[in-house]
Design a binder for this molecule. Structure first.
Ligand code: CA
Ligand code: CA
Length: 210
């Protein structure tokens, strides 16, 4: 059985290609076309069944492109219930971003260039270790121990937070949620195969990791 719990490919809709039918529901004018989800920076959101993450062990991976005209405090994805179910990557200022999981967050602000695609992987394991990889897929930008994340209590959203105060102005591609921590080889496979074939990278099973 696949460990893929949700897979959003954005070919014309926000449906789930994982086989679990956790289809996304778009709000505002979030749109999906040709493998790209577009968020215009004003009240766009895609809500996904919170059961896409049901425990403390997961990997989220996706490509993201933040527009240089972004002015709000952008979130790639957010599940802000308040405390133990916090889960987000969001902007701190200008080109700097940070990741929060549970009641803790990664300490460093990570510089992420805008108007460029970046591959992101966020993981959390059963011992409370978590981290965030960007692009090279080998060197974590930061990892940390001690998170108490358990499961999402409220909503899981792409491109915004439930209260619409984390407006993403940018694009997402190939958004995946697994119920395990991917191995380094798997992260590299996803990153390298999609980087070499950016137009069609998420069409085929062979390019996936089950
Ligand atoms: Ca909008
Ligand atoms: Ca808003």
């Amino acid at each position: 059985m696949s460990s893929l719990q949700g897979w959003y490919r954005f070919y014309g809709d926000f449906n789930d290609s994982s086989g679990n039918t956790r289809n996304g529901v778009a709000g505002g004018n979030a749109s999906a076309s040709d493998g790209v989800a577009t968020f215009d920076g004003v009240n766009d959101i895609v809500t996904i069944d919170k059961a896409v993450i049901s425990g403390d062990t997961f990997t989220i991976c996706f490509w993201a492109f933040i527009s240089s005209t972004q002015t709000a405090v952008a979130g790639y994805f957010c599940a802000d219930g308040g405390d133990a179910d916090n889960l987000f990557i969001r902007q701190a200022n200008a080109n700097q971003y940070f990741c929060g999981i549970g009641e803790t967050q990664l300490d460093n602000l990570i510089t992420v260039s805008r108007d460029a695609w970046h591959f992101n992987v966020i993981f959390h394991d059963t011992d409370g270790n978590y981290g965030w990889y960007i692009d090279d897929m080998v060197t974590a930008k930061e990892t940390k121990a001690g998170s108490n994340f358990a499961a999402i209590q409220t909503e899981f959203n792409l491109g915004n937070r439930t209260d619409l105060l984390r407006d993403l102005e940018g694009l997402l591609r190939d958004f995946r949620v697994y119920n395990r921590v991917l191995a380094v080889e798997e992260r590299q496979k996803l990153y390298n195969s999609s980087r070499r074939n950016p137009r069609g990278f998420n069409r085929g099973v062979l390019r996936g990791v089950a």
